[in-house]
Write a protein of this length. Structure first.
Lengths: 359, 362
């Protein structure tokens, strides 16, 4: 709400308003008067704020004012983001099932030692907490395949939608649409398609094939987990790449054409290098999002069959909240490990964006 | 050496035709300038020759071969863009070498050509830099260098100097002229600046509204414009163009009546009493004289004293905007009355349709 300025509203002093139609002029000034009248309580309401702010400014001076305005947001951010971060770290150094930190036993790095107690890091079976390592291996597999396919598919789609094709706006909207859907909705839609009696199996049966139990086979479950997450996120990355493609001056393509450049060489030598800053952003963002994968797959497969599609965030969730014994300490330790990975990726992303600004 | 021919070339975007059947021959080794106001189709015509725009009908021929269906990359022409269109992620060397690498030319040969072009354009010390580290003039040279190294059939320039400041434009203009003398290729140059056209061209093509108004050598266009448009477009400051009614003169000839002014002329074929004509006279073909010999008497509105020459902008007696050029310095003040005589031998007369009736009256 912005107070309507009442300055000069009652007068008719504006020389630009004097025109050949005094009728409209009178109307305008009447409506102006009305607006001013209605604004009076609003203005008075906002005047109320001046009293405390003046007092604050008298105490702190004008230089303190920015911090005064930042304070509410900082407090919110601190209570719900920064503080939990430290609490989480404290939890990871403690054991037991008590929820309040003061009731918990200090165990030092025991939780971490438990997580990292492995005979052979390449084989989850040899680890004491094999579910954690299975989740890490699953996440790594997922991220590797999903990010690779996601980036390539987004790039190809962006390249096609950057050309002058029919109904380009429509297709851009279509590819972006899944991004607007809630992950749970996405997962439910695909679940209905993929279930034993789902649409896809109905189709397979109708063309004379056997039905496939997608959520019983670990390979199929992983495949669909990757497929659905690509389907739902591709539009976003496509949009970033499309913006990058459109920022390349068309002159350059004409110059390349005059230079007798083949289309493949134009792609590798002109499009890709000039799109590279956007590509880096896309890759790093996709990596971060990939490592955080949880909601879609949790709804789609529930992490199964067995632990075939259980990822690191689901492991944390299960360990901390969904098991009969709520092991907050172990979940917190796993969160810290995940946090470190995400931090590294974020640093990479910042470095990538900084390089973009240089070009 | 390359000859380029356009035969009845038409270009339409949907239902809107922008190029209306242009016939044109660019002779081998010739420097041809397309000139005209914004939106006259000159850039479109250049892009048609380049192969960046398709034509709706007609033929484009390069050395006798119809190239309508040959892509830009296979026409063997080089183009210098208004925006320079340098590849921002490549060094100057790479920018110039890029087109040659496309042809799978040996590295040593590429290196030699780039270095030669670099030396020719005095950009040798810039070869390792990226385009963003160059000034406008340097980028312009690189863009020209990128065209030169390829040894193209012809060079196409699309308003190459319009992004440079006035001083640099004059310098580059001279260098371009020198470059043409040195390497001697066929060059087609698009500009809206008639000074560039006059100074660079072997042949000027004046375009307006997608049609050719006149083709000719610079001075031919200047001395003998074929219509009012060319008369007004070529030459700076513009030719004075005034509309007049033709009356029978008492002395047996005709008389042009424009406002309060009466200009007596001998009998001219194609001009009869009652016609409406436009007569034109260039600022330098107006003489300051005394009352008795004057064709028109006008008032000085303001003057530009350039030291070596003086421009007087006058009005009066129904003439709004009469420009007079005088060599040397001439003391005048606003409001002074000038008596002017028009040089009949340098006077141009155009009919009501704009086409020339006579250039120079004897």
């Amino acid at each position: 709400m912005v107070p309507v300025p009442i300055k000069g509203a009652g007068t008719n002093a504006d020389p630009n308003r004097v025109g050949p139609m005094p009728d409209t002029d009178a109307n305008a000034s009447l409506s102006e008067k009305l607006t001013a009248l209605l604004a009076v309580p609003v203005v008075l309401f906002f005047r109320l704020f001046e009293i405390p702010f003046r007092a604050v400014q008298r105490v702190g001076g004008i230089k303190a004012m920015p911090y005064v305005f930042l304070l509410p947001n900082l407090a919110f951010f601190g209570v719900f983001v920064v503080l939990p971060l430290f609490i989480n770290f404290a939890f990871s150094l403690s054991g037991g099932t008590n929820i309040f930190l003061s009731d918990r036993v200090y165990t030092g790095t025991e939780q971490y030692e438990f997580l990292f107690d492995c005979a052979n890091y390449l084989d989850p079976q040899t680890c004491r907490e094999d579910r954690f390592w299975k989740a890490i291996f699953n996440t790594a597999t997922f991220v590797f395949i999903q990010v690779t396919c996601l980036v390539i598919l987004s790039l190809v789609t962006a390249l096609i939608l950057n050309r002058k094709i029919r109904a380009r706006g429509f297709f851009r909207a279509v590819f972006f649409f899944p991004v607007l859907l809630s992950p749970v909705v996405v997962a439910l839609i695909w679940k209905w398609i993929l279930l034993r009696d789902g649409i896809l199996n109905a189709f397979l049966v109708s063309i004379g094939l056997d039905r496939i139990l997608f959520f019983v086979s670990p390979e199929w479950a992983m495949f669909w987990a990757i497929f659905v997450s690509i389907w739902s996120h591709m539009g976003f990355y496509m949009l970033i790449l499309l913006a990058g493609l459109q920022a390349i001056p068309p002159d350059l393509y004409e110059a390349a054409e005059m230079d007798g450049t083949s289309p493949e060489r134009v792609f590798w030598k002109i499009t890709l290098p000039l799109l590279w800053p956007n590509m880096l952003v896309v890759v790093v963002l996709a990596l971060i999002k990939g490592v955080q994968i949880f909601d879609e797959v949790f709804v789609l497969t529930g992490g199964g069959p067995g632990t075939a599609t259980q990822f690191i965030v689901q492991y944390i969730y299960t360990t901390g909240f969904a098991s009969r014994v709520q092991n907050f300490g172990l979940a917190s330790a796993a969160s810290v490990v995940l946090g470190v990975v995400l931090f590294a990726l974020t640093v990479a992303q910042l470095a990538a964006t900084r390089r973009k600004d240089d070009v | 050496m390359t000859e380029i021919k356009l035969k009845q070339v038409r270009k339409a975007y949907g239902n809107v035709e922008v190029i209306h059947g242009i016939d044109l021959t660019v002779d081998s080794g010739e420097f041809v300038v397309f000139v005209g106001p914004s939106g006259c189709g000159k850039s479109t015509l250049l892009r048609i020759i380049a192969g960046l725009e398709e034509i709706t009908s007609g033929n484009v021929e390069i050395d006798g071969d119809v190239v309508n269906n040959v892509t830009a990359s296979d026409r063997g022409l080089a183009m210098v863009f208004q925006s320079y269109a340098l590849y921002p992620h490549m060094s100057v060397y790479k920018n110039m070498a890029f087109g040659l690498e496309n042809t799978k030319m040996p590295k040593a040969e590429i290196e030699k050509r780039v270095r030669d072009a670099g030396a020719l354009l005095q950009i040798t010390e810039l070869l390792a830099r990226k385009p963003k580290a160059l000034s406008g003039g340097q980028r312009q040279r690189v863009a020209i260098g990128r065209a030169i190294v390829r040894d193209p059939k012809a060079f196409l320039f699309d308003e190459p100097l319009s992004n440079l400041d006035a001083e640099l434009r004059v310098t580059m203009r001279k260098e371009l002229a020198a470059l043409h003398t040195k390497i001697g290729g066929t060059m087609i140059y698009v500009t809206h600046d008639q000074t560039e056209a006059m100074t660079l061209a072997d042949k000027i093509v004046v375009l307006q509204g997608g049609s050719v108004e006149q083709i000719g050598r610079p001075l031919d266009l200047y001395n003998a414009p074929s219509n009012v448009f060319v008369a007004g477009f070529i030459g700076s400051p513009r030719m004075n163009l005034m509309s007049a009614e033709v009356e029978q003169s008492a002395q047996g000839g005709i008389c042009l009546v424009s406002g309060a002014h009466r200009i007596d002329l001998p009998e001219i074929a194609g001009v009869a009493p009652g016609d409406t004509v436009t007569f034109g006279v260039r600022p330098e073909h107006i003489l300051v004289t005394d009352r008795d010999n004057a064709d028109v008497s006008v008032t000085v509105e303001f003057s530009e004293q350039l030291g070596g020459q003086t421009y007087l902008y006058c009005s009066g007696g129904g003439l709004d905007d009469l420009t007079v050029h005088q060599m040397g310095q001439m003391k005048t003040e606003k409001g002074d009355t000038l008596h002017l005589a028009l040089d009949r031998t340098k006077m141009h007369l155009f009919g009501a349709d704009g086409a020339v009736i006579v250039n120079g009256i004897t």
